[in-house]
Design a protein around this ligand. Structure first.
Ligand code: AMP
Length: 213
């Protein structure tokens, strides 16, 4: 299974991607997670990416294409993938096609999770993450059992730097301008499947599975 998940920030791409990766036994590749890990490790990539992430801007395409190439060439890269947060621009989408065709492969389907922008701002500003295990919480819909602490590892939850209000607004604008047009790109290839992301997490998952069958 080679699946791309599209959707604005806060649509629930990560949550669905984790479950889909388990279901189809393929790696979940989140470029946002890879970049945040690089920032945490203070690597060269992290240093270069950090200012874009904090501002809610996109990291340059050449950097992202290099990163995804490395990841897909990794040990489990040939097995298939659930791509979460990539591609985000037309250049990235073309680059991905080129890369896959060099392996004689192609994207099987593209899921676009649709959520109204007012709902997104509310969701993102109430999102909290565990800095240790990466688990996501939402103070409104899926709060931790103990306020402010991760259920899984007990660490103190934090708000992502780019989940602050001004950055959220910027990220949504960037999505509308640069990423949303990819829906047309994949629609023209007959790959696009649009899913309502405003129902429960489980329902979204079931609808994705159904549309992929
Ligand atoms: P995410 O966790 O997917 O929302 O990504 C967080 C941030 O990482 C984004 O706001 C961008 O700054 C950066 N990022 C992640 N994936 C990409 C990508 N494919 N292209 C450019 N920037 C990206």
């Amino acid at each position: 299974m080679r699946l791309v998940i599209l959707g604005p920030p806060g649509a629930g791409k990560g949550t669905q991607a984790i479950q889909l990766a388990e279901r189809y036994d393929v790696p979940h590749i989140s470029t946002g997670d890879i970049l945040r890990q690089a920032v945490k490790e203070e690597s060269e990539l992290g240093a270069e990416a950090n200012s874009y992430i904090v501002a809610g801007e996109l990291v340059p395409d050449d950097l992202m294409l290099g990163l995804i190439k490395m990841r897909l060439m990794g040990v489990d890269g040939r097995k298939g993938f659930i791509l979460d947060g990539f591609p985000r621009t037309a250049v990235q989408a073309e680059g991905l096609d080129g890369l896959l065709s060099s392996f004689d492969e192609k994207v099987d389907a593209v899921i676009s999770i649709e959520v109204d922008s007012k709902v997104l701002v509310r969701r993102l500003s109430s999102r909290r993450v565990c800095p240790c295990c990466g688990r996501n919480y939402n103070l409104l819909s899926s709060p931790p059992q103990r306020p402010g602490r991760c259920d899984q590892c007990g660490a103190k939850l934090i708000q992502r730097e780019d989940d602050k209000e001004q950055t959220i607004i910027n990220r949504l604008e960037v999505y509308t301008e640069q990423t949303a047009p990819l829906k047309e790109f994949y629609k023209n290839k007959g790959l696009l499947k649009q899913i309502d992301g405003q129902v429960s997490v489980e329902e979204v998952f079931q609808r994705i599975i159904k549309t992929l069958q």
